[in-house]
Structures are given as C-alpha cells and as structure tokens.
Design a protein. Sequence first.
Length: 268
Amino acid sequence: CFFTALILFVYYPSTRADDFLGEVSMGTTIIAAKYEHGVVFAADSRTSISNYASNRHASKINILFDDSANGGDSACICRAGSAADTQHYVEILKEDLHWRLHRRNIVGRNAKANVTVKSCARLMRMLLLESSTDVSCNLICAGYDSASGEGVLYSILQSGAIFDMSGEGVITSGSGSAFVQGFIDDNYRSDMTEAECVEFLTRAVQLSMDRDGHSGGNARVYVVDQKGCRAVEPEDNVQSQSINGSPITKRLPNFADSFHIQSKHGLK
C-alpha cells in the first residue's frame, strides 16, 4: 500500500494534497457593460482550489465607494484571479478611498480631494506596481462619472497596466470570458436600457457557466448609476424572455433542485 501511494503521489500530481490545500482561485467570468445611464456588472459566484469548488456563493463584485448623495461618482470593482490577492488589494483601496472622502467632508469639496472612478483605477494601479510579490489578478474598475453623466470602464491587469475601455462599452475577463466573447460582440448595444443590460449580462454569465469548468454558482449583478451602487436580483429584472430568439434560463439548476425533484418523485 505504501509503494502504491508513493507511485500515485509521484506520477499522478492530481492526487496530491496540494490540490486541496493550495491557493483559493477565482477562475471566473466577470463582465461590465455601459448602458444609457450607467454601468452594469455581472459575475459568477464560484471559487475553487485547483479542481475543488471551495465556495459556490462567493461575491466577486465589491462596492468601492458611493458618493451619489453628494452628487459625485460611484464605483464598483470586479475581481478575477487569486482570492487572497484581490481581496487584500481591494480592502486597501477601500480604506484609502474612505479616508479621502472623510477628508473632503472636513475640508470641503475641491479638485484635489474629490474621488472619481478614474482616481480609483489609478490608485489600484499604484498598489499593484508597488507590490513586492507576484500578484495574480485581473480587475475591472467601473462606475458612474458625474462629470460626463455616463458610465466609465477601466481594465486593470496584474502587471499594473490600465486601459480605458469606455469607448468599447463592455469588458469581460476571467477563464470564462473566451466562451462568451462572440455572444457579447454580437449582442451588445450601447443604447441598452438598464433592464436590457441586466438581461444581457445575466445571459452571458449563464452561457459561460454552461461551458467553463471554473465558472459556476449563480449570476450576481450590480448596477451603478446616478442613484449610486446597488445589487440587483436578475430574476426580478429580466423583462423579456429571450435575446434574439434565444430563451433565457431564469436560474441554473443546482444540487438542491435535483434533490428536491428526486424526493418529489420518490427516486433514490
């Protein structure tokens, strides 16, 4: 038995304990898209350790700040990559933004103290560039720009490179992005209403979860506009039942659903 276990350990790496004790990764699908009055975010909810799904209900979208009450910007960030790395840097960024907003409220509004979506993206870039360790992350920082009255999108790579994708109107990243890029290119419109954009991104995430082995769980959706940041339940916001004739699955079946069906029909 000992020699059998040794052979498996040496020649079959997938049986090693590292697969279950490794780094928590968010092999994922994250998408952000502009619509006529703001930005909609969507992401799956699965995190994994190698081939093991460690969490099926994770949140990969974080609210950075909401200054809508003062007529300012509001922003969220989508995280893909190492869960530890992305959580760490997002928390540092949120603390910095909170301090900047607090200082502005004390000294009064001025150009230097004002917080914008663009400044959020640049601060995150600085954090990544100043890191002394290798960071595994891809981020989408986007939100409502009060100066222009529309949504803005920024893609931030783990190298610290930052790209303004507002002209493109939509960003997708993560392991599942390749599976839905064609669908996004073919169906995205910049003049979508909020309901249409929520429907569109929900469908895109569901399609990705159908094919990408590292994406799964449920689709989480956030909307950022002049009113601020808020989470949206896709089931309550999908008005139409199809996109270009393709039916929309309201919610993907999970283990609890199959167990309920088996129990209902007396299947063992």
